[in-house]
Design a binder for this molecule. Structure first.
Ligand code: ASP
Length: 317
């Protein structure tokens, strides 16, 4: 029997990174290395405007990045919030996970740590992201649009063929966020959580709402009760959505992906959501998920959808 391994990630943008990581997983590489490799791929691609290089800036036109890394065997966590001018935040987060203390650093402290540990300092604001920012400032001024539309975090959960699990996230957070704003993505239990004995989950969407339910931890908790990942994801996400609806009359966009140590996976969302899965018996595949009566309906992304996606990310600003 082929050894089991698997990887699941938020959004279409994860696809190329997963394709690369799959080659490593097939060669029996560790989940920790594969998840970092795949996320770096997304961070380096300038046309993904919500992660790493090319990420959209805050209201002051600065690119502040958040990222996290968690090792499912040791439960070690590293996280950074609001870091500026450093390449590959996920690798800085992973390095922090190896420390005994000071695992979550923000702003100037995170930058100092990255510098002392030899990470590459570079401008993360692209001309294209600056143009998006100019355009949004104008639109907010003229049409009163919500400044916070347009954000997506890449989050991945990985199981290797030895049974080790890892998770990581990386994001530029909400477009036009206040300087210093940190979302759920680097927050343990909210944006991510993994335990190799139970499984892992990661979230994307409005961080301010995801945090209210510690969504990723809640899913892992449900997995520990023996729930199938699909049921755990749907239960946690729709319960939180309902609760927010009751309390506020509205709930932000939220989507989650999760996997257990058997490589079984689940996904849930309250908006249209694309995600990527690969495993020992599934080629990297892009899916589209949609909510329907408190259940998630999943289909393989059509050629048409994929073409439109390519056009959208490369469209002139
Ligand atoms: N969760 C991220 C944040 O709130 C944004 C996103 O995933 O869309 O920073």
């Amino acid at each position: 029997m082929k050894p089991k391994w698997g990887m699941i990630a938020t959004w279409r943008m994860a696809y190329e990174g997963i394709v690369e990581a799959v080659q490593s997983l097939e060669r029996k590489q560790y989940a920790n290395d594969c998840v970092e490799l795949a996320i770096r791929h997304v961070e380096d691609f300038p046309f993904y405007k919500s992660v790493g290089y090319g990420g959209l800036p805050n209201e002051q036109c600065e690119v502040e990045l958040d990222a996290a890394f968690m090792d499912g065997n040791t439960l070690a966590i590293g996280a950074i919030g609001g870091i500026m001018d450093f390449k590959n935040p996920v690798s800085i987060a992973r390095k922090l996970s190896e420390e005994r203390y000071n695992n979550f650093l923000v702003g100037a402290g995170a930058e100092k740590y990255a510098h002392h540990n030899g990470f590459e300092r570079t401008n993360m604001l692209t001309d294209r992201a600056k143009k998006w920012w100019d355009k949004r400032v104008k639109a907010i001024h003229e049409k009163g649009l919500s400044p916070y539309d347009g954000h997506d975090t890449v989050g991945m959960v990985c199981l290797d063929s030895m049974g080790n699990m890892a998770t990581a996230t990386s994001t530029s957070g909400l477009f036009m966020k206040k300087k210093g704003r940190v979302g759920d993505s680097p927050l343990s239990g909210s944006g991510f959580y993994v335990d190799s004995d139970i499984g892992g989950a990661t979230a994307t969407g409005l961080g301010e709402d995801i945090m209210k339910g510690c969504l990723s931890y809640e899913i892992v908790r449900l997995l520990s009760e023996g729930k199938h990942p699909q049921n755990a994801a749907d239960q946690a996400l729709y319960q939180l959505t309902d609760k927010l609806q009751r309390k506020y009359g509205t709930a932000g966009a939220m989507s989650v992906v999760c996997m257990n140590p058997d490589g079984e996976w689940g996904v849930s969302t309250n908006v249209e959501f694309s995600f990527v899965v690969a495993s020992h018996d599934l080629e990297p595949t892009i899916y589209i998920a949609n909510p329907q009566n408190k259940q998630t309906v999943i289909e393989v992304a059509s050629e048409k959808w994929l073409d439109q996606y390519q056009k959208r990310i490369h469209q002139p600003v």
